[in-house]
Design a protein around this ligand. Structure first.
Ligand code: ASP
Length: 313
């Protein structure tokens, strides 16, 4: 028997306001989201695996300079890019994660390779890159990731001494964010993938939730797949993805109730601004956010495409 299939993506959440975005930028972002969700959906429609679909969708967003992942990643206090990513396949709870890589064009593919081709779950910095080059990833110069916009943003933050979500607290009408995808394939597999440049002006090898299974990424067959975006420290403390999955598993909550409860609960009270995309075992998709906007798109089990940016859409 073949199962319904569906996929959703996000491109980050935060202070995303219509008045801060030009029509052209909004159109470009919506086009990139559509391209990403279509790339993943094509794989699902052909009977492909949920994780392959999620990775293909995230790769499109990593390659777009409109989002804080891959090209267009935010800059650290040392004026370089350091990226984190993770993937999870729900069939056997397989995971792969990487953090602090500086020269890998598509970190989500490296996370997938850690899952498929290493004996480990999580590799960091130089070690992760050493593994990457053995797997055939090419050394990508920092110049490739660097954008003037990110440099200007860093200069503003350095002056104030803050670090910031790519979407927040910066007078920049070009909004960008962490990216992720969740998918249900025709075999009933659930998968999730997340990739980020982290937060601007980060120091000391800071790693956020995007690399952490159970916080930024989670997939369990028969239950749910989740990808998060937001203030990573809080998403780690509240184990956001894991908490949503646990509510569904033990309390029998549906995907909407569980996601909304966690995103608008203590997470928000503690300052955990952000959101999640989630898909359950029937292919029901839910977007939950507690801030002004989240770049998001989906193709549901009926094949209907939806692209949204602002919270009230
Ligand atoms: N969650 C990411 C991090 O803390 C940032 C984001 O989603 O924009 O690294």
């Amino acid at each position: 028997m073949s199962f319904p299939f569906a996929l959703a993506v996000h491109g980050g959440a935060g202070t995303i306001l219509p008045e801060q975005m030009s029509a052209q930028l909004e159109a470009n972002i919506r086009a990139a989201l559509a391209q990403a969700v279509n790339a993943g959906h094509k794989i699902l429609a052909a009977g492909g695996d949920a994780l392959d679909a999620a990775v293909a969708a995230v790769k499109v967003l990593e390659d777009s300079e409109h989002f804080n992942a891959g090209k267009g990643s935010v800059l650290t206090a040392k004026e370089m890019v350091e990226m984190d990513a993770s993937v999870m396949h729900g069939l056997q709870m397989q995971v792969g994660a990487i953090a602090g890589v500086r020269h890998i064009k598509n970190p989500v593919e490296l996370a997938r390779d850690v899952m498929h081709h290493s004996a480990h779950a999580f590799l960091i910095s130089e070690g992760a890159e050493e593994f990457a080059f053995k797997q055939g990833h090419l050394f990508t110069e920092q110049d490739y990731f660097f954008t003037d916009r990110r440099y200007d943003q860093l200069m503003v933050l350095k002056e104030s001494g803050d670090s910031a979500l790519s979407e927040a607290s910066y007078p920049d009408d070009n909004k960008h964010g962490t990216v992720g995808a969740v998918a249900l394939d025709q075999q009933g597999n659930l998968a999730a993938a997340t990739s980020t440049g982290g937060i601007a002006n980060k120091r000391f090898g800071r790693v956020g939730d995007s690399a952490i299974i159970g916080a930024g990424t989670l997939a369990e067959n028969g239950n749910v797949a989740i990808s998060s975006t937001g203030v990573g420290e809080l998403f780690i403390r509240k184990m956001v993805a894991s908490d949503i999955a646990a509510r569904m598993r033990y309390l029998g909550e549906d995907v909407k109730t569980a996601s909304e409860t966690v995103i608008h609960g203590e997470l928000k009270t503690l300052g955990g601004e952000g959101g999640v995309i989630a898909i359950d075992k029937q292919g029901e998709i839910h977007f939950a956010l507690n801030c002004a906007g989240m770049y998001r798109a989906s193709i549901d089990i009926e094949g209907k495409l939806s692209i949204k940016i602002f919270a009230n859409e």
